[in-house]
Structure formats: structure tokens, C-alpha cells
Design a protein around this ligand. Structure first.
Ligand code: GLP
Length: 245
């Protein structure tokens, strides 16, 4: 595992943005997985700004998000589709057919999960995953206890996470939320993983995920087993590991 520690949040956003752009240059038909949340807004904005000022060809780039909320309208501002579309896909001018996302509404999410994987596989599979980490160590929406062999599925929501999504998205109480997420196995089959975290609030979980045992109690700890994984942190997220690595 390569560990990169940036000196502050701004440098983190810029470094992460260049990782995404570098992938696009290295392989112009790359299949790139993103994550939504506070961690990635800044990096998406930097990629968009660089592309606006110095346009480069993204016509063959495929973007997708590692997870998607279910039972919300896709146009809802809190859906992953809308967040990624607004933050990155639209500013870059990614073609609609090259933005692969499961639907937020369906009668058969099991079928949608398979179709999502099939569409990624048809393009050669995921090259890069910018992988966020939850406060409890979740990746995608794979909560603690999820088997490492899990394949893309609809995960029940952790109550704290659900409360946060409800707060952030203002979804009505009578709507049952779920999360369609790439399984841990699918995430691990990505050619390159970059686990990303910034801010003091992530310092403890980063310590456990990176320096602790590989365990399903901390889903993100599985990245220790990936052959091509970078851990990209700002100084605050790295504060509890910096003198131990
Ligand atoms: C949610 C998303 C994850 C993301 C995580 C981190 O759980 N489904 O994909 O990695 O949030 O969010 P934040 O960056 O806001 O801490």
C-alpha cells in the first residue's frame, strides 16, 4: 500500500483531482468509479475547473458511482446520480451513455445490480475507484459485517447513515431507503483503488482500517489486501498514523 499524505485539505483535493485526470490520460477509455459525500466534492470541482480551462478529450471515458440510494427520484439532489452528474459528469461533458448508474427506482433491484455489473464488465471492468470511507469503516454502502465475498447488492442502511441521508436529502419519513452498492468483491476487482479521507473525524477509522487487522468489522480494512491500492489522506485524517508508518 502506498500512503500519500497531503499537507491540508486544499492539497488533498488537488492531488486527488490529478489522480483522476492522470487515469484519463493514461487510458482514454478508462472506466472510473467515484464516491459521493463531503470528501469528494472538492476534488470533483478541481477536475471540472482544470477541464474547463484546459479541455482534454473525455469522449471515451466511462464514469460510475460506487453506490446509489434506492427509492428516491433520480433527480433528487441527494441521489448519487444527480450529485455525480452535477459535480463532474455534466461539467466534463461525459456522454449520457458513458455515465453508468443503476436506477434509483425499480421493482427488481437484484436484476438492476446484475445489469450494472454487466455494463461495467462490457467496458472491460473498473480501472480506478476513488473510494470514500464511512465513519464506521463502510465502503460503498457495505456496512460492518458485510462478507468480503459480497457482490453488488442492496444493503440495509446503518441507522446513523440513514439519519444523515434523511437529514441531507430531506426525504419524507414514509419512504424506505436502501443502498445499492458494489459488493466488496466487486470493489476489490477494480484495477486500482484509491482510498480517500480527509479531516480529523476520519483519523481514528483510518488508523483502524490501515494499521489494524483485516476484518469484516471494518470493511475498509480489506483494501490492505489489494495489490494496487493507494491511501490518500490529508494531514488531519492521517494524524493518528503519521508516526506509525
Ligand atoms: C456515504 C457514501 C460513501 C462515501 C461515504 C463517505 O456512505 N455512500 O460512498 O464514501 O458516504 O462520506 P463523506 O465523504 O461525506 O464522509
Amino acid at each position: 500500500m502506498k500512503i500519500t499524505i497531503t499537507k491540508n485539505e486544499n492539497d488533498f483535493d488537488i492531488t486527488a483531482a490529478w489522480r483522476i485526470i492522470a487515469q484519463m490520460f493514461e487510458k482514454p477509455n478508462s472506466v472510473i468509479g467515484l464516491s459521493t459525500g463531503q470528501t469528494t466534492i472538492g476534488m470533483h470541482s478541481v477536475v471540472s475547473k482544470i477541464h474547463a480551462q484546459y479541455p482534454f478529450d473525455v469522449s471515451k471515458i466511462t464514469l460510475f458511482n460506487v453506490d446509489e440510494l434506492t427509492n428516491l427520484p433520480r433527480e433528487y439532489f441527494g441521489s448519487c446520480y444527480t450529485m455525480i452528474k452535477t459535480q463532474l459528469a455534466a461539467p466534463l461533458g461525459i456522454l449520457e451513455e458513458n455515465f453508468i448508474m443503476p436506477p434509483t427506482m425499480s421493482d427488481d433491484f437484484e436484476k438492476e445490480a446484475k445489469l450494472f455489473e454487466q455494463r461495467l464488465a462490457e467496458r472491460g471492468g473498473a480501472d480506478l475507484q476513488m473510494l470514500g470511507i464511512g465513519m464506521n469503516g463502510h465502503i460503498g454502502i457495505n456496512q460492518p459485517g458485510t462478507p468480503f465475498e459480497s457482490e453488488t447488492w442492496v444493503s440495509p442502511m446503518d441507522p446513523d447513515f440513514e439519519a444523515r441521508v434523511r437529514r441531507e436529502t430531506r426525504v419524507p419519513d414514509d419512504v424506505v431507503l436502501g443502498g445499492l452498492t458494489r459488493g466488496i468483491k466487486n470493489i476489490m476487482h477494480t484495477r486500482k483503488l484509491i482510498l480517500i479521507a480527509k479531516g480529523k473525524r476520519k483519523a481514528e477509522i483510518i488508523k483502524q482500517a490501515i494499521l489494524g487487522p483485516v476484518t469484516t468489522d471494518i470493511p475498509a480494512s480489506v483494501v490492505q489486501l489489494h495489490p494496487n491500492c493507494e491511501i490518500l489522506l490529508d494531514a488531519e485524517a492521517a494524524s493518528l498514523i503519521v508516526d506509525k508508518i
